[in-house]
Design a protein around this ligand. Sequence first.
Ligand code: XMP
Length: 315
Amino acid sequence: MLGAEDFINDTIEDTKSKITGKAIIACSGGVDSMVAAALVHRAIGDRLLAVYVDNGLMRKGETEEVEQMFKSMGFNYVIEDASEEFFSALKGVTDPEQKRKIIGEKFIRVFERRAKEYGAEFLIQGTIAPDWIESGDGVRDTIKSHHNVGGLPKEMGMSLYEPLRDLYKDEVRDLARMLNVAASERQPFPGPALAVRCLDEVTPENIEIVREACYIVEDEIRNAAVSGKMELPWQYFAVLLPSKSVGVQGDRRAYGRTIAIRAVASIDGMTATYAKIPLDVLDAMSQRITNTMKQSVNRVVYDITNKPPATIEWE
Ligand code: XMP
């Protein structure tokens, strides 16, 4: 890539010349979509509408945080609550690729409604290089169909603009710092959100368990990093496993859920090594997860595999 400053200036110029009407971007609050929005916003101001679709699968407090970021960036934005629509479309589904497909399609429908209402002619996307490389864009076999890559522009009759298409994550983070995007240090979060961290049917109850567990893992790891016990990993989260196992609660047999802790070091998500979390931090997470969710979770395990052979997410 060019130097970050040159890239920003060139992109703003390019945007001004190409985006001649109203534009819309789906902004999850992740660093990619926020940087794409910030660049385009600098070029065309309020002609860009940022849409946050609340699919009911986001992390604890995330919607409020994202709204705060939109406000501080001065974006013209809308928050679309579509959680019920997503849960009903996902009823009974456990296959990971089917989940991605349903979430991707539902997302397009919700977004399309909003784009039509707004009269958008241009669709801005925060796609970065690993998104299309790993989605089997002729370069590799499809490993996972990352949902932010798809045939949506043709169907929606808008022209597609992807300012970050050739960049890798670390380059996008550099841009974020220069553009004062608060998301610069946020860890990546997959488009299908907590649905691919719930190796089971995507119900509000299951999502609530994995949401709380993710929150605890994030909180404990962030605290451990602040106190110098470990480096902040590239990604760190919890996964809800589909099987139940036997445990004890008081003096009674309990049959409960298992949470896996996943934390990885990576540069761009293409390969990763598992993060070596200090034992006392693991211990704190395990106790906090099982105490907070006594009724549902009775076992916590730690994922010690690299990518490859595993992937970062479990689905
Ligand atoms: P994997 O699990 O493939 O993840 O090793 C590599 C990076 O991609 C993220 N990821 C996704 N991002 N839609 C996305 O936008 C998806 O369907 C998806 N699946 C995985 C993952 O969190 C990691 O950062």
